[in-house]
Design a protein around this ligand. Structure first.
Ligand SMILES: [Zn+2]
Length: 375
């Protein structure tokens, strides 16, 4: 599909490409920006070894920056996105037959897993926040990044009409600007997403871990991504390419996550890429892999108070959000006591409509879980 909206800064870089090769990424010209994708015009809408750079958990902190409710990504889509990320690093997505026999021996299966460290939600009055530093700072100008040496920061934000996302290369990160930025329309399996399989984030995390596009943004076949088992290619492929597809005199591995086809047509990292990730982790992000899965931080999306309480416990939004949440409440024996939809906004509401007897309960609101006590 031909889509036309570019930001001016990138248009020169791609002037020589044909109209059928609309670029999605621009990291050959802008070292920290690794991905651009054109948008639809209807835009509204592991085994574990401590200290190893080959296996472990990468904690992920999601910064949801939204100006409209549809961009305030629900927790269940964050969970699905994490699942997709873990599937991608575990091995090829889909049946073996979907990878051409030529490339099957190259399919990587990594012992790297991603876990949820936390989620913050921040309202912005800007309908398009762009890609400048305001992405990485709060309203008071303070950096929002969470411990980048030990945490992958993912910013989900409306970056504008041409940008699907970008991953900041490990050699290009700064103290306040690191991680991955992704437009909500390309995030996970959220309703209305332009790409619906969560692979844009997989692609960007590849950049974050130091992988280049297979063609290294060189269209002259002079050099490629430097990975031995990804054949040289001249350009990115789009849509659903048919196998075999050739450029630079080779059969191209267009089903690689670091190419450009549709979400459901990219499904593998190569072993060479996996080795590069290990090397890049050791060189640039030596503290990132954790031996143990995340101890999730409490989401700041909700405030539950007072706790303990003699009578009623209340819930309200921790920020300027208003959303419908599924609230479940279990007693100390693990029995479900309440399951209900609740609007959570700035108005405090009782967490249950009936008075709870004295006791200890566990309340789940989206992915947030907390012990509450009635006495
Ligand atoms: Zn890219």
């Amino acid at each position: 599909m031909i889509r036309t909206i570019f930001i001016l800064a990138f248009s020169v870089a791609f002037a020589l490409r044909s109209s059928s090769q609309i670029p999605k990424c621009g990291n050959d010209r802008i070292s920290t920006i690794s991905c651009l994708r054109p948008e639809k015009p209807d835009f509204e809408h592991a085994h574990r070894v401590t200290g190893s750079t080959e296996s472990g958990y990468i904690p992920v902190f999601f910064h949801i920056i939204y100006s409209r409710e549809s961009e305030n990504i629900d927790q269940r889509f964050i969970d699905l996105q994490l699942t997709e990320l873990n599937r991608a690093f575990s091995g090829a997505i889909g049946a073996d037959e979907e990878i051409p026999a030529e490339f099957r021996p190259a399919v990587a299966s990594m012992d790297i897993r991603f876990c949820l460290q936390g989620v913050s939600r921040r309202f912005t009055s800007k309908s398009s926040i762009g890609v400048d530093t305001s992405l990485f700072l709060d309203e008071q100008g303070r950096p929002t990044i969470r411990n980048p040496s030990r945490c992958l920061n993912v910013y989900v934000a409306n970056t504008g009409p041409a940008i699907a996302g970008f991953g900041i290369y490990p050699w290009a990160s700064t103290a306040i600007r690191d991680g991955v930025v992704i437009h909500p329309s390309y995030f996970g399996r959220a309703p209305g997403a332009v790409s619906s399989n969560g692979r844009t984030l997989v692609h960007e995390v590849g950049h974050y871990l130091g992988l280049l596009h297979l063609w290294a943004d060189d269209t002259a076949c002079n050099f490629d991504d430097g990975i031995e088992d990804t054949p040289p290619q001249q350009h990115g492929w789009y849509g659903k390419p048919e196998y075999p597809s050739y450029s630079c005199g080779t059969s191209n591995q267009f089903m690689n996550f670091l190419d450009y086809p549709d979400d459901d047509a990219i499904r593998m990292f190569s072993k060479g890429q996996a080795a590069a990730i290990v090397k890049n982790l050791a060189t640039f992000r030596p503290e990132l892999l954790q031996a143990e899965p995340c101890q999730s931080e409490a989401s700041d999306a909700f405030v539950i108070f007072p706790n303990p309480s003699r009578t009623t416990i209340w819930i309200r939004s921790g920020g300027a959000i208003a959303k419908k949440c599924v609230i479940t409440l279990y007693d100390a024996a693990g029995r479900l006591v309440v399951k209900a939809d609740r609007i959570v906004d700035e108005i405090p509401r009782p967490i249950t409509e009936v008075a709870l007897p004295p006791g200890v309960f566990i309340i789940h609101v989206d992915s947030h879980a907390e012990k509450i006590v009635i006495y």
